[in-house]
Design a protein around this ligand. Sequence first.
Ligand code: NAP
Length: 244
Amino acid sequence: MKKCALVTGGSRGIGRAVAVALAADLGLHVIINYASNDDAANETKRLIEEKGGTAELLKFQVQDHAEVEAKLSTWLKNNPESKVHVLVNNAGITRDNLMVFMEESDFDDVVQTSLKGMYNVTRHLLQHFVRNRSGRVINMASLSGLKGVPGQVNYSAAKGGMIAATKALAQEVAKRKITVNAVAPGFITSDMTEDLNEDELKKLVPMNRFGQVQEVADLVSFLASDKAAYITGEVININGGLYS
Ligand code: NAP
């Protein structure tokens, strides 16, 4: 039985680091989901293979319920000897603006990608986890979902929703040995934060620096491991002391 991890948004940034860590640390075969960037997704696969791991690409839009159903059911049918043990709901986007200027599409797109995407993918894999009586669901939330960040009403709502859903689902499936946790990063260096003024913003962080994708990946890797079997329904901050 091949043990696998599905990482949504695994082509770049935090998702790429998570995909590489899950293969290297836990020996999982990684299914790399992404939206459009084929080259970046192939680079994640190459990085995993370079370290002796295995991976494959599975391109779909997490917010598209029908596409998620079609892609995941086909994958499960074609891989009867595989067991998806870990799901990292990491795909996410930002469309920042003050609420007074925020277009409906900017609200919808952000909520649909993070929150609805989490529902779509998790909903489909849940029966598989229940049948296997094992599973790790790790949701990539954000400090915004705990604190609320001005200019990010859409993103704060999406991530806050993920946090509440994490706590609810954890209680539904705990008996089946499935854990559900959220990770809430602060400022992490990636494409998502490349337009921010790092020199100014890092002054807000007690550790006086942005976090690295590897640091988030190490936390996810721990939550996905057997060592974290009794941790569920938690939201773990990783923000250099910025907020807790
Ligand atoms: P990133 O560098 O912008 O990467 C985003 C990833 O998500 C890419 O792999 C992208 O795929 C994928 N993606 C976007 N929309 C998608 C969709 N509709 N369906 C499937 N995949 C999709 O972002 P990041 O900084 O690594 O952030 C990863 C997660 O951490 C996000 O949920 C973000 O909200 C959260 N987070 C980030 C920070 C931070 O400071 N960076 C802080 C807190 C939380 P393509 O390559 O195909 O576009």
